[in-house]
Design a protein around this ligand. Sequence first.
Ligand code: ADP
Length: 395
Amino acid sequence: MRILVANLGSTSFKYRLFLMDEHGGEVLAKGGYERVEDHGTVIEDALSKLQSEGHIADLSEIDAVAFKTVLGKNLSGCVIADEAAIQALEDFTAVAPAHNPPYAAGIRQFAKILPKATRVALFETAFYQWATPAGQVYALPKAWRDIGIRRYGFHGASHKFIAERSAELCDREDVADGVRRLYLDGPKPIAGKPLRVISCHLGGSSSVTGILNGVAIGTSMGFSPQSGLPQNNRVGDLDSGAIPYAMRTLGISLDEAERQLTKQAGLLGLSGISNDIRDVNAAASQGNADAQLAIDALVHSIRHWIGAFQLELGGLDALVFTAGIGENGPGLRAAVCHGLENFGIMLDPSKNSACLATEATISDGDSLARILVIPANEELVLAREVFRKLSYQKN
Ligand code: ADP
């Protein structure tokens, strides 16, 4: 099955064409465009390139197009990207203004150009649909809850991939099999010992997710990707009382407050240097106290969520690091694990420092929990989920 993964950023378009079967997948072609003003033109260009470069002879060879949609109103999961899905995206444009409009437009355009290809949306919120009601709610008046304000959670594709791969690495084929079928069948009961995993997706934006037997019990992000850990430019969790106070005291508008909290906060806001942890690390190692504070605040928040989920999970079998910072940051991983021996988390310092962007176990042999680094590959995750959905539907 040929699946085209379409990654529609607010100003970019990236694509990968996969050839998928039940054993896995291979990338047939990939490409991308930056500083995109009109997604329509670049989508057409990408599709004609796929033909002129000889990856496909005809557009009809593309069986499906996969979209990593962020969130929709009253809709989640891995679903056919039909008009109802587009409507769900448009109903939440105000919550994800950079992400939802390009996806709504992109899905419509692919429907025109590739009418025979099945369009599938994998929502980033999908992995959290089985969290308990208490874990999904904010203590808000009913009218606020009625307009859809609750904890959703994001990075679902990445954390679900970690749920599956960590189960394989922990020799729990029963759990891994359940994760593979999760969006098709829902959670299935697991006999025997529970598998308790905490997944740390640390990248340009970051989140920590608790996973029990392959199913998320909760995550650090809530209503929008603005919440949880400090992000590159975004504040992360913030007391709701701070916004009216800052607006009144600094004399700024709501739009300006929102702009500062999404563009000038996070690692950039605290360090005053950069939104990229490599620059922040370099400054901290030269004694810049603000840069060190930014790193410490990120580590503090990661540990906060690890502690919360370890308690809720009733222990921990695997702690996983993934995404740009998680895969490439031995110093940050060491800081996160520092002093956690009594909680069964013990890093092997030399394995940790040797591990850069590869899959590895970096825990000490005596650690009760395995500490794993698992590289993220979100495009492959999408291609896999779509392959599973469509193969299942045909049977
Ligand atoms: P996203 O997809 O959310 O943008 P990524 O997973 O690509 O995030 O991670 C990007 C971030 O990873 C960068 O902002 C950078 O801080 C960090 N990063 C990338 N490479 C390295 C590296 N070699 N060392 C440390 N951090 C890195």
